[in-house]
Design a binder for this molecule. Structure first.
Ligand code: FAD
Length: 392
């Protein structure tokens, strides 16, 4: 039965991660943003302390912890340093988790131990210049040649595409259309014909950039096929989509974390900032903002924890994930904005963390499925058009 609260072990885990994050990551949170620099030192520390392999099964050198551990971990990192949380998501709930679920035994043995040590970093590359929300319009193509496969195409917006040692690339096998024929392959840094474009300069999450990936007749050995597809079936695509649940729950967990950080900062500021001869916390207009923030944060956290614990065959329920991500994405934008408002002009200044939090939170509503697409998914389920089940 769902208990509505974390057990003692998870609370003590949260405490441990919070102490680490406040001591090691909070002091330089502004630095990675200001310098637009990948937080390599933080990644190395997380690897050294064994956190990068938290969700990797023990058979491949990880700790085999549950999805809820990953969520609490990302929440605590995002509370103080969003860029470090983004790195955590790549290693925990994102592409590494997808490879652990979908990869062949040989791929897992070859790659996951390197992920645990922080030597390897896997990126996930789906979006293309002409295929964003419409994933099934992708045109990156793979065809068989002898024992190998040949990959051609261009991807965009791949998070850490430049730093990654391996990229899980969605591609179309043969001349199919729509979801049929979509599978995934592993492209390794240094493969002939594989190049990356310049990193995208963006509004938030500036320490972990997206980039274009170009494939010009890249020869892929058959050992690097993750999900093979045929032009006649959408089974490969369905398997790939099923691996999105943990990524969405991680994204929503980071929204809860960044909102928690903004809420705490605003609460503390409102108690010390005086106007009209008294702390602004004494004005009902400010108290109501704080009350709304606390309520929305509470609701989002419950939705995310429910999504992270209501698992079937190891995967979260897609309906739970879509609703948790949608609500948390929009909540994070509202809360970071309100927290900035409570700070007045200081919130708008670079010397305070609020304007960075507003910018960082914005990207959540684009990556991993926009709110519009999530609403489409939820509505389709409500009407019984997906997952063979109507929700009341
Ligand atoms: C920070 C960040 C990290 C990312 N990381 C990755 C990554 O690692 N790998 C990767 O492959 N991609 C990544 N992406 C890309 C992301 O997945 C896409 O931005 C997203 O899928 C939307 O695609 P698009 O930007 O092309 O927008 P479009 O699909 O062109 O959409 C434009 C607008 O139209 C709306 N829209 C589109 N279709 C519909 C519809 N049917 N109904 C209603 N509204 C609709 C969208 O919601 C959006 O508001 C990342 C994006 C961001 C911002």
């Amino acid at each position: 039965m769902f208990s509505f609260k974390l057990d003692d072990e998870l609370e003590s885990f949260r405490h441990e991660v919070r102490s680490l994050a406040e001591k090691e990551f909070a002091p330089r949170a502004a630095y990675w943003d200001e310098h637009e620099e990948y937080p390599e030192a933080n990644k190395n520390l997380l690897a050294e302390l064994g956190y990068l392999g938290m969700l990797v099964p023990e058979a491949y050198g990880g700790s085999g912890l549950s999805l809820i551990h990953g969520v609490v971990f990302l929440e605590e990192l995002a509370r103080v340093c969003f860029n470090t949380a983004l790195v955590g998501q790549l290693y925990l709930n994102g592409p590494a988790k997808a490879l652990a679920e979908l990869g062949t035994e040989e791929q897992k043995q070859r790659i996951l131990p390197g992920v645990v040590k922080g030597d390897y970093l896997i990126a996930i590359s789906i979006s293309e210049p002409g295929a964003g929300s419409a994933v099934t319009d992708l045109s990156t193509n793979i065809r068989k040649e002898g024992d190998d496969y040949i990959l051609n195409g261009t991807k965009c917006f791949t998070t850490a595409g430049i730093e990654a040692t391996h990229s899980m690339v969605f591609a179309r096998f043969g001349d199919s259309k729509g979801a049929r024929g979509i599978g995934a392959v592993l492209v390794e840094k240094g493969m002939e014909g594989f190049t990356t474009g310049k990193p995208e300069r963006k509004m938030g999450g500036c320490g972990v950039k997206e980039a274009e990936l170009h494939f010009d007749n890249v020869r892929i050995p058959k050992e690097n096929i993750i999900v093979e597809a045929t032009p006649y079936s959408n089974e490969g695509f369905k398997r790939l989509m099923s691996s999105f649940g943990p990524e969405r729950v991680g994204n929503a967990g980071m929204c809860v974390g960044i909102s928690q950080g903004a809420y705490e900062t605003a609460l503390a500021y409102s108690e010390t900032r005086k106007q009209f001869g008294r702390p602004i916390a004494e004005f009902q207009g400010i108290q109501w903002k704080i009350a709304d923030m606390a309520t929305q944060l509470h609701a989002a956290r419950l939705m995310v924890y429910r999504a992270a614990t209501n698992l079937k065959n190891g995967f979260p329920d897609p309906h739970d994930c879509a609703m948790a991500k949608l609500y948390s994405n929009e909540m994070a934008q509202r809360i970071t904005n309100e927290a900035l408002q409570i700070h007045g002009h200081y919130g708008y200044c670079r010397d305070y963390p609020l304007e960075r939090m507003v910018r960082d939170a914005r990207g959540f509503s684009l990556g991993g499925g926009t709110p519009e697409i999530l609403r489409n998914t939820i509505a389709a389920q409500c009407y019984g058009r997906t997952f063979n089940q109507r929700r009341s």
